[in-house]
Design a protein around this ligand. Structure first.
Ligand code: ADP
Ligand code: MG
Length: 631
């Protein structure tokens, strides 16, 4: 007998660590509790009470769905109840008309609602804020008035039954038993939501919520991820709606009106946008509480909507983060106070840490690189904003391994040229060639994936996310797993996420920022944010690094240091840099060539020493004072 064969009977159960065993026991208890309690205490746990719990669990699923869309991705939906409606009607048709079990009806509900959400999401891609709110309200109202009144779905206005069919004519009539089904589904949806948050999906959603331009510069395909958010949210809403329908046993068009949509928004906002546990708790309380009140004070019936509305107003005015946000903020304030002294120290020291030097990630290794001598070639770029000609036929050429400076007075069009190169603004005329490839027609995220990394004048980070999350986001383009892998958090997805995490930690460590790993970026000083931003640019080892006034907001010491670090970038890491800088002595000192932009036109181009002597440049920009240049 080999040693392996004599091993304990637990062989093959190695994955069952004590921690996991505990979680499993808690989950089993959590699910077994309702039927056991109902049978042990029939007096307290009546069928009616249990039904309220079933409904509450269904609403909690719906709240997770809206939280994904509104809390993570920042896309408002004021007609969400209509998606629940599609779920309920679908499962109703499947179970009552086709006599199929609800285990078929509920997945079908998820599918149909996901499809409808996709269709709603398509126009929503172009709309934001108030317009998106209006179109989703209109969608909810239109569905209630039309589709939900058709004979096929709801028997006209009569409604449709949702039997809890298990097999043939056997239904799950006991509410306590059905509560188990509802809880299991809540658990599954909860876990999927956990996987969304801990993978590139959640990070992409959150950066879209904050700033779409920043998302694109991180290489996030905004259109695709917005649609993904709608579809996922729709699928979960379908499950919630079907659960609700099977709880009450019967629904009609009135069950999913605008009041339900608004109540759902209230729950999610008051509970705390983006916080799963808070949102689920709010949904449970909002559903159970009115029934308690109704039993105790029957005359207060219907007041829960008014109480909810008041809570909503209070939340939006005082605590935009909801209850979860308020608690989180209190914790953060305490932490910040504790940190303040330490932070001041770092600022005053003024030393900019060494920039991380990481090898190119495997996912990008196949990119065409090497022997193209001119990395970037932008020719005759013209950009117009209404009546303002921001750029007229400006051209710039960036050779490999050099630092090219771009200077010019405020409003000259420097940032606009960056935007034209990275694809955030469309040029009227001109071409952008990157590594020999014409990229003029490409989207910003496609350009980012080809190796153009840029910083923004006003910090291009997702500020409500932590330093670690931003470094993970910066590697979005190398997170090469698909949406399905993300939702299941399969072994491959977990491995790639671990690699991204290791790389992120390595970069943060190189910056000597490990203590800020879990600090939201907005809590850092401006100079520190700038360092994190540059670190994020470098984490995927891009071909071209474009920096828009990196020294702005840095302490003088750090700014001086920046010049040294930029030279490192070129000399030690072999990177190519295009630099917009107000600090002219620094530009003349560190750059190999300098371009001067004035009123949208390229005024001059040459070696730093030539630029410093250029009469027109001195007249237009540098002023009469001579600038000190190293010979
Ligand atoms: P710089 O970075 O050189 O200071 P910018 O490129 O930011 O200058 O701006 C050039 C000109 O274009 C400015 O007059 C600015 O007001 C204008 N501008 C920039 N972006 C926009 C925009 N999105 N819409 C309208 N005008 C803009
Ligand atoms: Mg600018």
């Amino acid at each position: 007998m080999t040693e392996e064969q004599t091993a304990s009977p637990w062989r093959g159960w190695g994955w069952l660590t004590p921690h996991r065993a505990n979680i499993a026991i808690v989950l089993i208890l959590f699910i077994a509790l309702p039927p056991l309690t109902a049978r042990a205490m029939p007096k307290w746990f009546t069928g009616t009470t249990t039904l309220v719990f079933c409904k509450a669990v269904a609403i909690a699923v719906a709240a997770i769905s809206l939280n994904l869309l509104l809390g993570y991705a920042g896309q408002i939906s004021l007609g969400h109840a209509a998606l629940l409606g599609f779920g309920a009607f679908t499962s109703g048709v499947v179970t009552s008309k086709y006599n199929l079990p609800m285990y078929v009806g509920i997945p079908a509900a998820a599918l149909i609602s996901a499809g409808v959400a996709f269709l709603v999401g398509l126009p929503a891609l172009r709309l934001r804020g108030l317009y998106l709110a209006m179109i989703t309200i209109a969608f909810g109202f239109a569905m209630q008035q039309s589709v939900f009144r058709t004979n096929y779905l709801s028997g006209g206005s009569a409604g449709i039954a949702l039997p809890r069919r298990v097999i043939n004519e056997n239904d799950l009539t006991n509410n306590a038993d059905f509560l188990v089904v509802a809880l299991v589904l809540l658990l599954i949806v909860w876990l999927i939501d956990v996987n969304v948050v801990r993978t590139k999906l959640g990070r992409a959603f959150k950066v879209i919520r904050e700033d779409e331009a920043v998302a694109q510069s991180f290489g996030v395909d905004v259109t695709r991820y917005k649609l993904t958010a709608f579809v996922l949210s729709g699928a979960i809403a379908g499950i919630g709606g079907a659960l609700y329908g099977h709880s009450v046993g019967f629904v009609n068009g009135e069950s999913f009106g605008l009041d339900s949509s608004l109540l759902l928004v209230i729950m999610v906002v008051v509970g705390g946008l983006g916080s799963r546990a808070a949102v689920v708790t709010a949904a449970l309380i909002f559903t159970i509480f009115p029934h308690v009140m109704e039993t105790l004070f029957p005359r207060l019936l219907g007041w829960h909507l008014i109480i909810g509305a008041l809570l909503l107003i209070f939340t939006v005015a005082r605590n935009p983060g909801g209850f979860a946000g308020a608690m989180h903020e209190a914790r953060e304030r305490a932490e910040k106070l504790r940190r303040r002294a330490e932070e001041d120290e770092i600022e005053d020291a003024g030393a900019l840490p060494k920039l991380p030097s990481l090898p190119r990630p495997a996912g990008l290794a196949d990119r065409p690189t090497a022997d193209v001598p001119i990395v970037l070639h932008a020719t005759d770029i013209s950009v117009r904003f209404g009546g303002l000609q921001a750029l007229s036929e400006a051209s710039i050429e960036v050779p490999r391994g050099k630092i090219i400076g771009l200077i010019g007075p405020n409003g000259a069009g420097k940032s606009t040229l960056f935007n034209a190169v990275s694809g955030l603004v469309r040029a009227e005329t001109g071409n952008v060639t990157f590594l020999g490839e014409d990229i003029t027609a490409l989207r910003p995220d496609e350009r980012a994936r080809r190796g153009i990394a840029r910083s923004f004048q006003n910090i291009g980070l997702a500020k409500s996310l932590t330093v670690l999350e931003n470094f993970l986001l910066a590697q979005h383009q190398v997170a090469t797993y698909g949406t399905g892998t993300a939702l299941l958090y399969s072994r491959r997805g977990a491995r790639i996420e671990r690699e991204l995490g290791d790389r992120a930690r390595e970069a943060v460590e190189a910056l000597d920022f490990t203590r800020f790993l879990d600090t939201p970026v907005r809590n850092l000083s401006h100079g520190q944010q700038r360092i994190v931003e540059i670190g994020c640019l470098l984490v995927t080892a891009p071909e071209l690094v474009m920096l828009d006034e990196p020294s702005a907001g840095m302490s003088p010491g750090a700014a001086e240091n920046l010049a040294v670090r930029l030279a490192d970038l070129r000399d030690e890491l072999g990177r190519t840099v295009l630099l917009i800088e107000h600090n002219v002595p620094m530009v003349l000192d560190v750059c190999d060539e300098v371009y001067v932009l004035d009123h949208g036109e390229m005024l001059a181009h040459g070696l730093p020493a030539e630029i410093a002597q250029h009469p027109e440049v001195i007249g237009a920009y540098l002023g009469a004072t001579t600038v000190g240049v190293a010979p």
